[in-house]
Design a protein around this ligand. Structure first.
Ligand SMILES: O=C(O)C[C@@H](Cc1ccccc1)[C@H](O)SCc1ccccc1
Ligand SMILES: [Zn+2]
Length: 166
């Protein structure tokens, strides 16, 4: 199991580097990321969250852990800019949920765990999750879409919790 960084850790703000070659080491990391995500539990996890700054994401929005999706060097194009609102959470901002607006329908292009290119169209929870995870690779968090007042309240509460944990 991998340790998940928590807001406001500055390492969550690093922009991840593209993967030039998908190696066995990447595949081992991907397996560890799936194990960590399922145990959390979560439906997505970005390498940034486990302090690996490469453009790698794992997702599984199925109910029974049956649809694992690997996204290496993911890119998104908007197919329908109509806004979809969703109360987002984040394993790096535990215990807080806020409404975030994102484009409703997207096309994802990425490499799979073997380095093969693929493309899928997504809407609903999968589209939200893909966009949420790619934000992580760009050093962005869902709390960046809410008011500074709300974000600072969340920051203070998590910093207090981290002090008590140490
Ligand atoms: O990136 C993460 O921290 C995992 C996120 C992924 C996610 C956020 C918002 C909306 C969809 C996915 C979640 O914490 S995973 C927990 C979860 C489980 C079911 C539905 C939504 C979120
Ligand atoms: Zn997140």
């Amino acid at each position: 199991k991998l340790e998940i960084l928590e807001f406001p850790d500055p390492r969550l703000r690093k922009v991840a580097e593209s993967v030039t070659e998908v190696t066995d080491a990447h595949r081992a990391l991907i397996d560890d990321m799936f194990e960590t995500m399922y145990e959390a539990p979560g439906v997505g996890l970005a390498a940034t969250q486990v302090n690996v700054h490469e453009r790698i994401v794992v997702i599984d929005v199925s109910e029974d852990q049956s649809e694992p999706l690997v996204l290496i060097n993911p890119e998104v194009e908007v197919l329908d800019a109509e806004i979809h609102k969703y109360d987002e959470g984040c394993l790096s901002v535990p215990g807080f949920y806020e409404t975030v607006q994102r484009p409703r329908k997207i096309r994802l292009k990425a490499l799979d765990r073997n380095g093969e290119a693929y493309a899928v169209e997504a809407e609903g929870l999968l589209a939200v999750c893909i966009q949420h995870e790619i934000d992580h690779l760009d050093g962005k968090l869902f709390v960046d879409y809410i008011s500074p007042l709300k974000r600072n309240r969340i920051r203070s509460k998590l910093e207090k919790a981290h002090r008590q944990r140490a």
